[in-house]
Design a protein. Structure first.
Length: 348
């Protein structure tokens, strides 16, 4: 027995399934299908189920290019992150994407690998596709990127740093204060020969702000900063090992080390274990990021936890408010200063 509803995909051969065919298959209006994709919160649960079933059965794919051209703006939001593979940004990306998706927007992601040139290339490519909004990481950009951000007629958000004097919406925290927090904790524990290990990624300027907070806090205590810079091509774990091996050969050697991130700190902890170093008795270790492995290390890693997911969720909310997809009283809040949390474990 043949089905009463002929599958449009079979009838049209290789042709693209249309929005009207989805509407007919689901027994709803084309406007309802359009709202399902663009304003899902305005579609009832029962209709959403019917439309989703039709979309799935027919294999419908929205023509986002045509839709974007028709409305002079797409439903894609571009985001440039320094390192997609790094665990520190994962929660931000997920929180941002989840919040956008609930309102019919999708995330388009690019990685700069801490390179201003790669960031500029990604921003130029994104803007060429007329995104609904653009999100970039930190306030350190090339002159070309600065010009494009200033000229963009879409919402622009800077995340993970907080620089209130800048024009884009700010959703982040003060990296300088992270350095202050970590160093004060070590001073309060009685450590005095405290070193700082920079990121091996040369373009991580936010880590340099954490270094500056560390250095200023030491000087306030009457102590001299002590900064170690790994070789530029060293992978994070290897850079941490390199730092620990080198610093432990110094005389006098440090009794505590602040690392630019948890990857470096983990590499140092492992190197210390191999060398028979007692942590924290002989040398305390503190990181930044609270990566998933931090509490599983032995000893577990004391670190500073950034509000990673909160950054993503708030940034997405500000974008949606700016686009009118979410109601707000007045203009979206431009300055969003968040706080990091010191997580004290066994290493310091």
């Amino acid at each position: 027995m043949s089905s009463s509803k002929e599958n449009p995909r079979k009838r049209r051969g290789a042709g693209r399934v249309t929005l009207n065919q989805v509407a007919s298959h689901a027994g709803v209006s084309a406007i309802s299908v359009s709202r399902f994709f663009n304003q899902p919160e305005q579609v009832s649960g029962e209709l959403r189920e019917r439309i989703q079933a039709a979309v799935t059965e027919l294999g419908y794919v929205p023509n986002l290019v045509a839709g974007g051209l028709a409305s002079a703006r797409g439903r894609i939001v571009g985001m440039v992150i320094p390192n997609i593979s790094g665990p520190i940004f994962a929660a931000t990306i997920q929180g941002f994407s989840d919040t956008l998706a609930r309102h019919g927007y999708q995330l388009l992601l690019a990685s700069s690998y801490f390179s201003e040139e790669q960031e500029e290339s990604a921003v130029r490519a994104f803007l060429g596709w007329s995104p609904a909004a653009l999100v970039v990481t930190s306030h350190f950009h090339s002159a070309g990127t600065e010009k494009m951000l200033a000229d963009a007629d879409i919402p622009v958000v800077e995340i993970w740093d907080y620089c209130p004097e800048r024009t884009p919406l700010q959703v982040g925290f003060l990296h300088y204060e992270v350095g202050v927090t970590a160093t004060r904790h070590l001073l309060e524990q009685g450590y005095r020969r405290i070193a700082f290990v920079q990121n091996s990624a040369a373009g991580d300027f936010s880590a340099l702000e954490r270094r500056d907070g560390y250095a200023a806090t030491l000087r306030e205590a009457g102590l001299e900063p002590w900064v170690f810079v790994p070789t530029a091509d060293a992978k994070p774990f290897e850079a941490g090992k390199q730092a620990m091996d080198a610093l432990m050969k110094r005389s006098p050697r440090p009794d505590a080390i602040v690392f630019a991130n948890d990857n470096l700190a983990a590499g140092a902890l492992l190197a210390g274990q191999r060398a028979g170093l007692k942590i924290p008795e002989e040398c305390a270790v503190i990181g930044f990021g609270d990566y998933p492995f931090a509490e599983m290390l032995l000893p577990s890693l004391t670190t500073v936890r950034p509000p990673a997911r909160e950054i993503g969720e708030i940034a997405a909310l500000r974008v949606l408010q700016s686009l009118g997809a979410v109601e707000t009283d007045g203009e979206p809040q431009r300055l969003n200063l968040l706080q990091c949390q010191l997580v004290v474990r066994e290493s310091a």
